[in-house]
Design a protein around this ligand. Structure first.
Ligand SMILES: NC(=O)c1ccc[n+]([C@@H]2O[C@H](COP(=O)([O-])OP(=O)(O)OC[C@H]3O[C@@H](n4cnc5c(N)ncnc54)[C@H](OP(=O)(O)O)[C@@H]3O)[C@@H](O)[C@H]2O)c1
Length: 206
């Protein structure tokens, strides 16, 4: 199959709160369609979606998880409920935007938070990213004074990290890959009452 014949990847954002809406705005800014879903009937958040742009497609959770690339923008505690939407996540890339602030190491079985999340999404590829900034900053145009706002990406799967890196560039960000979930992942995660060293570092690449 030639590149021009390849089907373009499809996207969804699960969770349409502060972070889900900031991500949706990034897609709309670049004219890229994305489905958005919560636990609620899509009609209940159609007005908010329409206000962001025609690219934002309100959907049910079962519809949204048909996408190839799925942003997980729910509270950390809700990730197991989202994971139940599919028996197997093979062929899907999950972008974990959650922060496990207030969740103890014991509750995460001593694992890096993204590893713990990854376990719930059997068969899927997980990339942790887009989670280190407050929603009010992520919501802004990533083109800043001639530079691009940095997002950090970590994954145990190099091909998935590369795929999300290209998407981040297409959304106007400067992706910085930090390696595996047990290495770079620790720099951009929350656990208990502590934050990884790169969390809240609003960096711009020139
Ligand atoms: N806020 C920030 O500044 C910030 C920054 C970085 C990372 N984060 C992380 O991003 C995640 C989202 O944060 P937020 O501030 O956007 O939270 P939020 O405003 O509370 O939004 C959470 C969203 O998730 C939806 N949701 C809850 N359970 C769900 C389920 N089982 N299936 C589908 N959708 C579900 C909620 O909708 P319904 O309840 O109506 O279904 C809501 O739209 C959290 O993990 C947080 O740690 C937040």
């Amino acid at each position: 199959m030639s590149n021009s014949e390849k089907k373009a990847a499809s996207y969804a954002i699960i969770g349409f709160g502060k972070i889900g809406q900031a991500l949706a705005r990034a897609f709309a800014r670049k004219g890229i369609e994305v489905a958005v879903a919560t636990t609620r009937d899509p009609e209940s958040f159609t007005a908010e979606a329409t206000a962001i742009g025609p690219e934002i497609i309100p959907a049910t959770l079962p519809e949204a998880v048909k996408a190839d690339i799925i942003f997980l923008a729910v509270r950390f505690e809700s990730h197991p409920d989202v994971a139940k939407a599919l028996p197997n996540w093979q062929g899907k890339t999950i972008v974990d935007v959650t922060n496990a602030y207030g969740v103890t190491p014991e509750q995460m079985e001593g694992l890096p938070s993204a590893r713990f999340v990854a376990k719930a999404f059997t068969g899927g590829k997980l990339v942790k990213g887009f989670n280190h900034l407050g929603a009010a900053i992520l919501d802004q145009d990533p083109a800043v004074n001639g530079g691009k706002r940095v997002v950090f990406l970590t994954s145990d799967d190099d091909s998935a990290a590369a795929e999300i890196s290209v998407l981040a560039e297409n959304l106007g960000f400067a992706p910085v890959k930090l390696g595996g979930l047990s290495e770079g992942g620790l720099l951009v995660q929350a656990q208990g009452n502590s934050w990884g060293k790169l969390i809240f570092q609003d960096l711009v690449k020139f």
